[in-house]
Design a protein around this ligand. Structure first.
Ligand code: SF4
Length: 72
């Protein structure tokens, strides 16, 4: 519960690299948990593209790696 007061240090995936994380706060945690089973996964309903949230190529690769590891 305490971590929900400031979600930013706890989220992983594309939200954790997003240029808008300080504004958005990683959006809707319940939706992330419902879709992935992980409360700290990125919100799957974010409508912004990777380029719009400012992901570099290196960050895109890290996100893909994190998602692949999570799927195991
Ligand atoms: S990726 Fe989308 S949901 Fe996640 S912090 Fe950025 S704007 Fe918010």
């Amino acid at each position: 519960m305490f971590r929900l007061k400031d979600k930013r240090p706890h989220v992983w995936g594309r939200c954790s690299y997003c240029d808008f994380l300080n504004i958005c706060g990683a959006n809707f945690r319940v939706r992330a948990e419902a879709a992935t089973g992980d409360l700290w996964a990125s919100d799957p309903a974010c409508y912004l593209t990777d380029d719009e949230i400012g992901l570099t190529q290196d960050e895109k690769e890290k996100v893909a790696q994190e998602e692949a590891e999570q799927a195991l």
